[in-house]
Write a protein that binds this ligand. Structure first.
Ligand SMILES: NC(=O)c1ccc[n+]([C@@H]2O[C@H](COP(=O)([O-])OP(=O)(O)OC[C@H]3O[C@@H](n4cnc5c(N)ncnc54)[C@H](OP(=O)(O)O)[C@@H]3O)[C@@H](O)[C@H]2O)c1
Length: 296
């Protein structure tokens, strides 16, 4: 039987409706949640991500300001911009769009963001809080993956989740989130990477398989067991002369073949991507609620 397609677009729309209500409640108390975005340079993918974040903020009634800096901006000036946003009470959330130009330390810039305004959840203090199971802004892509699973009726609780990829922004924080002894988590987690011998022997054991590798069609149908739930985080540009831009976006999974075997699968585009943006909005609204002493 063909898999159910888990639409990140539809789930995002549902969550954004909920957020609209929460923003309206905050506004009644005189608080407008604010997101400050720092964009350095004009990398086309970064510009499109930042545009989606600005549009999403507007859609739910939040205040958003993007600070565009030229690619030649010195690290000290980027740090000064972050410092200004840290101090400005208009901003509940700060996001520095990655990657940053060569010569600028992303680690240093991220560590400079106030942990309470770190809506990407990348600050080392928040990474520690996540691992320890303490309240913190959850990294947006892992948060989006867990929300998707839960809302689509595939709670990871008690399941074997195999995560392919161990980056600091997806694989590692997702594993940290899923192993917590908490509702919506409490999974058994295996993390695979390029050092894994015989990847297929692990992916075949997955109740839930998450691909976050950045490698088109790295997960093929023979690597997925019947009835598995497959979350494709990958976003890869592949040349396509028929497409207006000369490329199209594909995930890390062989979608067409896997959908004949899996119980459910996320598409690319329209899967994890929209959820990531929506979780950023959610983190910003939650930061504003914390400050206003309101619980969501
Ligand atoms: N949809 C979204 O919102 C969203 C958000 C973030 C990222 N992404 C996409 O997700 C993908 C992953 O992003 P990332 O930032 O995590 O990438 P990354 O930093 O390049 O990490 C990729 C990870 O996958 C592992 N890997 C790569 N090829 C592999 C293979 N053939 N077998 C086993 N492991 C393999 C790497 O292993 P090693 O550690 O051993 O090198 C690494 O841990 C990218 O396509 C990215 O564009 C999407």
């Amino acid at each position: 039987m063909a898999a159910v397609i888990i639409s990140g677009k539809d789930l995002s729309a549902q969550i954004r409706e909920e957020l609209k209500g929460r923003v309206a409640r905050l506004k009644e108390k005189g608080v407008t949640p604010g997101l400050g975005v720092v964009l350095v340079g004009e990398d086309p993918a970064s510009v499109s991500y930042v545009t989606a974040k600005a549009k999403g903020s507007e859609e739910i009634g939040m205040f958003e300001q993007t600070i565009n800096l030229p690619a030649s901006t010195a690290e000290a000036e980027i740090l000064a911009t972050v410092d200004r946003l840290n101090r400005d009470p208009k901003f509940n959330g700060i996001l520095v769009q990655l990657p940053l130009p060569k010569g600028v330390s992303a680690d240093k810039v991220i560590a400079f963001i106030s942990p309470e305004k770190d809506v990407d959840g990348f600050h080392p203090i928040n990474v520690g809080r996540l691992l320890r199971g303490e309240p913190c802004p959850l990294p947006c892509t892992p948060y989006g993956v867990v929300e998707m699973l839960t809302r689509a009726g595939h709670s990871p609780e008690g399941k074997h989740v195999v995560v392919c990829g161990r980056s600091n922004i997806v694989g590692k924080p997702l594993a940290a989130l899923l192993i917590q002894k908490k509702k919506g988590a409490n999974a058994t987690v295996t993390v695979c990477h390029t050092g894994t011998k015989d990847l297929r022997s692990f992916t075949l054991q997955a109740d839930i398989l998450v691909a976050a590798m950045g490698a088109p069609k790295a997960i093929t149908a023979d690597m997925v067991r019947e009835g598995c739930v497959v979350i494709d985080v990958g976003v890869n540009r592949v040349p396509d002369p028929a497409a207006a831009k000369g490329f199209r976006l594909v995930g890390d999974c062989d979608f067409e073949a896997i959908k004949e075997k899996a119980a459910a699968i996320t598409p690319v585009p329209g899967g994890v991507g929209p959820m990531t943006v929506t979780m950023l909005l959610k983190n910003t609204v939650e930061a504003a609620e914390r400050l206003a002493g309101i619980s969501g």
